[in-house]
Design a protein around this ligand. Structure first.
Ligand code: ADP
Ligand code: MG
Ligand code: MG
Length: 255
């Protein structure tokens, strides 16, 4: 069984005002096939956690570990992380001018699996995944995310997820900016990947809304760079009623 372990993770970022510690001892274990929701207020470090797992160079790990099946992820390049089975759907997906979606997907698939996918099966797979996500066929020939609406970018992230078939996916606010129909379509994509391939999911969100469609096994409340509380799905319901204020106050008084 595959496991992604985050142990006592401390992460700094260099800002104009100097070094800032953003993650302050994060512990999280995700097993294959588990869905973990990470919920927390703005600025608590959720995207920093996502970028650090993906290997963004801006985020310096000063203490702690990230292990994938016992292997040290922090020693891996961004490419190696992808090949090892990690995937990040970004909060703000980047546009890649001059690269079509089709070419991007095929190149990524080839890099990850070590060989080019057979063209006929691949073409079928791409078309079928796009149909499932209600993406018009014209998106295949368009440059990656260029001129896409917010919702189209989020669907495109899930298209990559479904085709690249990672072992673990970090979804950073994939729900934000989606109307209810798009939210359902995107959630169904995540659920398909979860049930077809045993995908483990770290679902970062601000709102409980998406948890009606993607059912978490565990919920973590993330405040001021750490997990302040963990629980089951009932914790999300409580957060919906109570908000994050209590946790923010507790974190501030613990300073
Ligand atoms: P969240 O995703 O929970 O809203 P972020 O991880 O985006 O939080 O940000 C956490 C804190 O770290 C914020 O105060 C943010 O301004 C700061 N931060 C994150 N990335 C950078 C960066 N590259 N440069 C400067 N500050 C950053
Ligand atoms: Mg945010
Ligand atoms: Mg964020």
């Amino acid at each position: 069984m595959s496991t992604l372990e985050i142990k006592n993770l401390h992460v700094n970022v260099e800002t104009d005002q100097g070094t800032r510690e953003i993650l302050r001892g994060v512990d999280l274990v995700i097993n294959e096939g588990e869905i973990h929701a990470v919920m927390g207020p703005n600025g608590s470090g959720k995207s920093t956690l996502a970028y650090t797992i993906a290997g963004h160079p801006k985020y310096a790990v000063v203490q702690g570990e990230i292990l994938l099946d016992g292997e040290n992820v922090l020693e891996m390049s961004v490419d190696e992380r992808a090949r090892a089975g990690l995937f990040l759907a970004m909060q703000y997906p980047v546009e890649i001018p001059g690269v079509t979606n089709t070419n991007f997907l095929r190149t990524a698939k080839t890099a990850i699996s070590g060989e080019a996918p057979g063209i006929r099966q691949w073409t079928k797979d791409v078309k079928s995944a796009m149909d499932d996500l209600r993406m018009d066929a014209s998106f295949a020939a368009r440059n990656v995310n260029e001129g896409f609406s917010g919702g189209e970018k989020k669907r495109n992230e899930i298209l990559q997820l479904e085709l690249l078939k990672p072992q673990f996916a970090v979804l950073d606010e994939t729900d934000s900016g989606l109307d209810v129909d798009a939210l359902k379509i995107v959630s169904e994509g995540v659920n398909r990947a979860h049930s077809n391939t045993g995908l483990g999911v770290l679902l970062i969100t601000h709102y409980t809304r998406i948890l009606r469609y993607i059912k978490p096994d565990y919920v973590h409340v993330f405040v001021a760079g750490r997990v302040a509380e963990q629980g089951g799905p009932e914790l999300a319901e409580r957060l919906e009623e109570e908000g994050y204020d209590r946790y923010v106050t507790e974190a501030a008084s613990a300073e």
